[in-house]
Design a protein around this ligand. Structure first.
Ligand code: SF4
Ligand code: SF4
Length: 151
């Protein structure tokens, strides 16, 4: 079952990356696939529609569950980032308050690796933040605010 979910997620991501103008070579690299498989996927071959339907359901999980499941299945930050970013439309902004004590817990727990410590203060790279709120829940000084960006 996990392999079916990964295949379905990669199919959805491949289709979306193609819509964004990426070549088959770029898609293969981004998703760690061989080019022939990408070609098959883009032509609707070598993949069961059941896998795609299950993956579609997964992409509609809340951001936290989608991220945890995807990261657990792929065990790879770069691929996880690609899948999450190409399969969701939402954008988020992270704000760190002055109460941050630079403990680094949020840095260690962010599965998207979107947080770094600079001068003993956390900084969130909004490009990678998927709004899972794990950092916010774990920060002991309540220093993190994550807001969805509405166009
Ligand atoms: S967990 Fe909170 S206090 Fe610790 S570095 Fe992150 S924002 Fe700062
Ligand atoms: S909400 Fe926090 S833990 Fe989740 S991706 Fe954004 S910065 Fe990382």
């Amino acid at each position: 079952m996990p392999k079916h979910i990964i295949s379905g997620l990669k199919y959805i991501a491949a289709v979306n990356l193609r819509k964004q103008g990426q070549t088959q070579r770029e898609i293969a690299q981004a998703l760690d696939m061989d080019r022939s498989t990408v070609s098959h996927y883009l032509n609707g071959r070598n993949l069961s529609w059941n896998s795609i339907e299950i993956a579609e359901i997964v992409t509609h999980f809340c951001p936290k569950d989608f991220l945890i499941l995807t990261h657990a299945l792929l065990n790879d930050t770069e691929r996880t980032r690609t899948i999450i970013q190409t399969c969701t439309d939402s954008k988020f902004e992270g704000i760190i308050r002055n109460s941050c004590i630079g403990c680094g817990i949020c840095v260690d727990t962010c599965l998207m690796k979107a947080i770094v410590l600079n001068d003993l203060k956390a900084h969130i790279n909004d490009e990678w933040c998927c709004g899972c709120l794990i950092c916010m829940e774990l920060c002991q000084t309540n220093s993190i605010e994550i807001k969805e960006v509405v166009d």
